[in-house]
Design a protein around this ligand. Structure first.
Ligand code: NAP
Length: 227
């Protein structure tokens, strides 16, 4: 059975990944506070879902998870967890601590988790490393505002693109995917698509991820996004 690990799995797009993949796959659903993850824990009873603790911005938390999963194969690792960042992230006003925290979670976090769980990925069949980025990380297609969020997603795009080269020799495939504008706590109620639609598209992108598309920046429908 395919094993899929999802970060930020307690709500939003991450929770929907767990719901959809749990129909047929074994899912390791990671979140900061498993005891408080009501919707996620409800899935454990009927599906092959394990809830495990992970703060993606904390290397010691990732190391603890790696120790707990030692020797286990992960076929698909999905770096989904993310934050929009501080209230003040405009050209006029910036909360620098908030900026640093946004980078820690959105940019360094996926690297921390990918490196911590690399052996698990290597033990898997698919060896697919996926990061949920945002179109707002595109420099070519940028407007103003949301400096911390945009910069953190541009940074993670670069990091994952580099991994697509550096780990290609080991057969690891890297997906860098924008989920669309999605109705979650982050996307808001006015967003264009539901988490169900987004994750259906993302699962198709993950299924077709190959050496040809590894390291490409794509949206959930498979359209290339300019860097
Ligand atoms: N929604 C959109 O329109 C949209 C558009 C483009 C890209 N994205 C990206 O899609 C991904 C998922 O977003 P979403 O819309 O589902 O957001 P969301 O509803 O706000 O959920 C964010 C998830 O990330 C988790 N998280 C935050 N910081 C974490 C940390 N340090 N360690 C572990 N988990 C952490 C949250 O857990 P807690 O409950 O513990 O905070 C939550 O599970 C993000 O990377 C986001 O940037 C979303």
């Amino acid at each position: 059975m395919t094993t899929i690990l999802v970060t930020g799995a307690n709500r939003g797009i991450g929770l929907e990944f767990v719901r959809q993949y749990a129909d047929g796959a074994s899912v390791i659903a990671c979140c900061r506070k498993p005891a408080e993850a009501k919707d996620l824990n409800a899935l454990v009873k009927s599906k092959d879902v394990r809830v495990m603790e992970l703060d993606v911005g904390d290397a010691s938390s990732a190391a603890r998870l790696a120790r707990a999963l030692k020797g286990e194969a992960v076929d698909i690792l999905i770096n989904n967890a993310g934050v929009f960042g501080p209230g003040k992230q405009s050209a006029a006003h910036s909360d620098y601590e908030g900026f640093a925290q946004t980078f820690r979670i959105n940019s360094i976090g996926p690297l921390i988790v990918s490196q911590a769980l690399r052996d698990n990925l290597m033990a898997g069949r698919d060896k697919k490393l996926v990061t949920i980025t945002s179109k707002m990380g595109s420099i070519a297609d940028s407007s103003g505002g949301s400096l911390a969020y945009r910069a953190s997603k541009a940074a993670v795009n670069m990091l994952m693109h580099v991994l697509s080269h550096d780990w290609a020799g080991d057969g690891i495939l890297v997906g860098i995917f924008h989920p669309g504008w999605v109705q979650t706590d982050m996307g808001g109620r006015g967003a264009l698509i539901t988490p169900q639609e987004s994750v259906r598209g993302l699962r198709d992108r993950i299924a077709e991820l190959s050496a040809k598309t590894s390291g490409h920046y794509l949206d959930y429908l498979g359209k290339e996004i300019a860097w």
